[in-house]
Design a protein around this ligand. Structure first.
Ligand SMILES: NC(=O)c1ccc[n+]([C@@H]2O[C@H](COP(=O)([O-])OP(=O)(O)OC[C@H]3O[C@@H](n4cnc5c(N)ncnc54)[C@H](OP(=O)(O)O)[C@@H]3O)[C@@H](O)[C@H]2O)c1
Length: 229
């Protein structure tokens, strides 16, 4: 299957949590990590998030540094990467930062749970929308579509369920995690990969390709996902 090269990036605590039990998008990254994430975005053709992250947090997903935006422009690219949302029911409010900040292209993959009226509003705003027939978005078909759009380098910024599904299906090539020196605990606090989980015999093997100890007390880990197809 033709698909983009997919790299997942997360900021997590030492106990693997990517948010607190309150699920309000807790700050985990250090200032240096935020800069690193900005560089990753600037290098990507597109940046993707899952439905709950999208609807609960309304992330802008733009490149923050003007210098990096200019660098992209000098390479003949739009200042911000394409934004991609994977969302079962695409109900956005009219002030959505995800849809409107940065002025770039927005692509939504959704299901029949999104009403025709919601689809029409999105399309009238210039959003490219793909409706997949099942309960959830078909991530394999989605990857093919993104490749056909010319997307070769896709950055995934969570959340836990989307990360897990992409890894489980062999659709993610690389995983970077900034591990902040703190613990959130909480059974219901989301971890790097959630979903239905795997038995030990089906665990997804990783190969560590980079480990850095940072002065802010954090650790940067980069893995190759061995089972990617
Ligand atoms: N620290 C970090 O780096 C970081 C980054 C991003 C997010 N987060 C955190 O992650 C949490 C959200 O994660 P989450 O697991 O609740 O949700 P998520 O991964 O953001 O979104 C998953 C939802 O997307 C929809 N979806 C449709 N098709 C799908 C498919 N094929 N595979 C997966 N999802 C599909 C489903 O919505 P329906 O259930 O409605 O069908 C699913 O529940 C938040 O607390 C957020 O703060 C942390």
């Amino acid at each position: 299957m033709n698909r983009p090269y997919v790299f997942i990036n997360v900021a997590m605590t030492a106990d693997g949590k990517i948010d607190t039990f309150q699920r309000k998008g807790a700050a985990i990254s250090s200032p240096r990590d935020k800069e690193r994430v900005d560089h990753l975005r600037a290098e990507a053709d597109a940046v993707m998030v899952g439905g709950r992250t999208l609807l609960d947090e309304d992330p802008k997903l733009t490149v923050k540094s003007e210098a990096l935006r200019k660098e992209r422009a000098a390479r003949g690219l739009p200042p911000n990467p394409i934004k991609v949302g994977v969302v079962s029911e695409a109900r956005f409010d009219s002030h959505s930062k995800f849809l409107h900040e940065g002025g770039g292209k927005v692509v939504i993959f959704t299901t029949p749970r999104t009403s025709n009226e919601q689809l029409a509003v999105l399309r009238s705003q210039g959003v490219e929308v793909f409706v997949h027939a099942g309960e959830w978005v078909d991530l394999q078909a989605m990857m093919q579509t993104l490749h056909e759009m010319g997307i070769r380098h896709l950055m995934v910024e969570g959340g836990a369920t989307l990360n897990f599904e992409l890894i489980r299906l062999g659709l993610a090539d690389e995983l970077s995690a900034y591990v902040a020196p703190m613990i959130f605990g909480g059974e219901n606090a989301p971890t790097l990969a959630a979903g239905s989980g795997l038995e030990r015999s089906a665990a997804i093997p990783l190969r560590l390709i980079r480990a850095e100890r940072w002065e802010d007390g954090g650790v940067l880990l980069k893995y190759k996902i061995e089972q990617a197809e």
